[in-house]
Design a protein around this ligand. Structure first.
Ligand code: F3S
Length: 64
């Protein structure tokens, strides 16, 4: 599984980071700095929750 963020459309809600800080990091301004990254097995549930939590709907999951 991979997680992708359309970070050019991030407005800094930071809910992604609150749910999955190990995966969904933020820059100094509080915006997502994630493009696309591999999700370790133990973080897959959190990744799915983070996908649903972004109000801008700019987080997507790519299943293997
Ligand atoms: Fe940005 Fe959505 Fe996270 S707006 S900071 S990707 S919750």
């Amino acid at each position: 599984m991979k997680i992708k963020v359309a970070k050019d459309r991030c407005v800094g809600h930071a809910r992604c980071n609150a749910i999955a800080p190990e995966l969904l990091t933020l820059d100094d301004q509080g915006y997502s700095n994630v493009d696309c990254k591999e999700v370790p097995d133990e973080l897959q549930e959190l990744a799915r929750r983070a996908e649903k939590a972004c109000p801008e709907r700019i987080i997507s999951i790519i299943e293997d």
